[in-house]
Design a binder for this molecule. Structure first.
Ligand code: DON
Length: 596
């Protein structure tokens, strides 16, 4: 891998990627870091289309007319180019998602699902649910053996792990808010799939470390496996995926849910013991839902409703801290962190008990979010002392298998769009649909396969999230908007499994309460409590003294890998005019912010 160093600022390297150079540069003992792109570039002004064989990464970008932040530079650029052509934030969100399905195969997807939360220039709050559904032949105990023991290998990997994909239906539902036709929005993705793009060291590592899984869970050769290990600078070409994208371009959603693509999906399922049928595909529909909307100290927060727990958890957590003067306690003070940990614990306990797909079960959302209930919930909170969670056995958390992706978009007209989309684990089920070139999700693991058995994120569930044919599995994805004076102000979201709502919560609190810039709010170390297991998980750079303070209060504190990859856009208004739009991409990945 070849990198040109432009400058070094703080502990962030400002680098430019130059493939084709002969030498790898070393800075002291930081050479390993060069494999990850950690870049701070403030870009301004119009930009020409990015070269897929030689591109740069920007961690923040400021403009006046529009911005996109996503997990990959080429995907953010696909969105930016659409904005430059006169498209709105919805157009850019569609183009960015389609490009992510090509350049970020670990999470960007056609074979998964997601959620969109938006605020339109007309002042309308909307949400689109394109979460996967359990296939018609799914049943409550499908992942249990005869003795009733869970077989998580089946809910997490391979053909049987997949729900009926929702992404393509979601994109076509989004189109009604778009200005440009699908033919324009899908073209960058087609080109990236057909002609290929250069991969980074991190992407090469990720493909290499999944090789075994690809070989195990596929019945046909895939673009992701080759004889020699992948390395930085290799070109990833996905011809079969390009074919699928063209069928979608030419036939709309039917290009995926019917005809050749549907046939290829069902044939793949039959070869590998999956249960998705033509009827499951034909009958899949995305749903426009009424978003979760609530006030937080004069800001309107707009979040995703069930089947995502994200909006309700965000509401519960923010409302439980609202009257406790957290800004006076200060950022990363032991008081504010303990308070946030305790509200996280209480919200996640409710998640496990009550939350699921409201099309199938009654979720007491009104009660769970009422002021009276949330006040009651905090009655047993003791400052300076951990409240123990009850003693249900929770499973181990496997942060290394996390993969989801979030994108934030804003435009000059005041549309703001937050989308979180996922295959669930990294590369989903690891099964690529033979002849169609896209990965299927392993979202069935987000159901509660059995009460008391944790899913791959350690989340527990009960009846509300039990498997039923056609039901959507409970999610943590939390695409969120903050609106001020009836104008979009913040666009926030992240991947991270069950850590998603706590990351979004902390990012919002960092900005609204502690006055942090979007860059600091995103990059500062995060912590996470999800009721069970009863521990505070912290990132590596979480302050050691604060960890000791928490331990003294009775908390078990464990260090884990990074928490989330948060993308934030802040829109600064001067009266009715946009003064600036700031986009920030998380330092934790190769995420990229564009603006013009
Ligand atoms: O919907 C959910 O909650 C999970 N399937 C999300 C998975 C995820 O965020 C993995 N990524 N880091």
């Amino acid at each position: 891998m070849n990198v040109k160093i432009e400058s070094v600022s703080f502990n962030l390297l400002k680098v430019e990627y130059l493939y084709g150079m002969k030498q790898v540069l070393h800075i002291g003992n930081r050479s390993a870091l060069l494999c990850m792109l950690l870049v701070t570039v403030i870009s301004q002004g119009a930009q020409s289309q990015m070269n897929p064989y030689q591109y740069t990464i920007s961690k923040s970008a400021t403009g006046k007319k529009g911005a996109v932040a996503s997990a990959h530079p080429l995907a953010s650029d696909a969105g930016l180019q659409v904005l430059l052509k006169g498209g709105n934030a919805f157009d850019a969100a569609v183009a960015t998602q389609l490009a992510l399905a090509v350049v970020y195969p670990g999470a960007g997807n056609l074979g998964g699902g997601g959620f969109l939360v938006a605020f339109t220039e007309k002042g309308q709050s909307i949400s689109i649910d394109y979460r996967e559904k359990a296939p018609g032949a799914a049943s409550r105990n499908m992942y249990l053996d005869k003795e009733g023991n869970p077989r998580l290998e089946l809910s997490q990997n391979g053909h049987l792990a997949s729900g009926v994909p929702g992404t393509v239906a979601g994109l076509f539902t989004t189109l009604k808010y778009c200005k440009l036709p699908i033919t324009a929005l899908i073209q960058p993705a087609i080109e990236l799939a057909e002609k290929g793009f250069v991969i980074t060291a991190a992407e090469a590592n990720s493909l290499n470390s999944t090789k075994k899984g690809f070989l195990k869970y596929n019945t046909r050769p895939t673009a992701f496996v080759k004889d020699q290990p992948w390395k930085a600078g290799d070109t990833l070409v996905q011809k079969e995926l390009a074919g699928t994208l063209k069928r979608i371009r030419d036939n709309g959603a039917a290009g995926f849910y019917e005809g050749e693509t549907a046939r290829l999906i069902t044939e793949e399922m039959q070869r590998g013991g999956g249960i998705i049928t033509l009827q499951d595909l034909r009958s899949y529909t995305a749903a426009e839902r009424t978003p979760v909307v609530f006030d937080y100290k004069g800001h309107t927060i707009i979040g995703m409703p069930m089947p995502s727990s994200g909006g309700v958890l965000t509401q519960q957590m923010l409302k439980m801290i609202e009257n406790r003067s957290i800004e006076v306690m200060g950022f990363h003070s032991k008081e504010s962190v303990q308070l946030m940990v305790e509200v996280e614990r209480r919200a996640y306990a409710d998640r496990a008990e009550f939350m699921g797909d409201q099309d199938f079960v009654k979720v007491p959302v009104k009660r769970l979010t009422s002021d009276e209930y949330l006040q009651q919930r905090m009655n047993d909170f003791v400052a300076g002392k951990a409240t123990p969670s009850t003693t249900i056995q929770a499973g181990a958390i496997q942060p290394e298998s996390e993969e989801t992706t979030h994108l934030s978009v804003a435009d000059q007209w005041g549309n703001a769009v937050a989308v979180t989309t996922t295959l669930n684990g990294g590369y989903g089920s690891m099964t690529v649909v033979g002849g169609a070139g896209f990965l299927m999700n392993n979202e069935m693991d987000d159901f509660s396969v059995k009460p008391g058995v944790a899913n791959m994120y350690g989340a527990l569930g009960k009846e509300a999230n039990a498997i039923q044919p056609g039901k959507r599995m409970l999610s943590s994805m939390t695409p969120t908007l903050v609106v001020k004076n009836n104008k979009p102000y913040l666009v926030v979201g992240t991947p991270g499994g069950t850590t998603i709502p706590t990351s979004v919560f902390q990012t919002i609190v960092n900005m609204l309460e502690f006055g942090q810039s979007p860059l600091d709010a995103v990059n500062n170390p995060k912590f996470h409590h999800q009721w069970l297991p009863d521990q505070v998980m912290v990132e590596k750079d979480f302050p050691a003294a604060l960890k000791t303070d928490l331990e003294k209060m009775g908390y078990k504190v464990t260090q884990r890998g990074q928490i989330g990859r948060t993308e934030v856009i802040r829109i600064n208004w001067k009266g009715k005019k946009i003064e600036s739009i700031e986009a920030v991409a998380d330092k934790r990945g190769e995420d990229h912010a564009s603006a013009y």
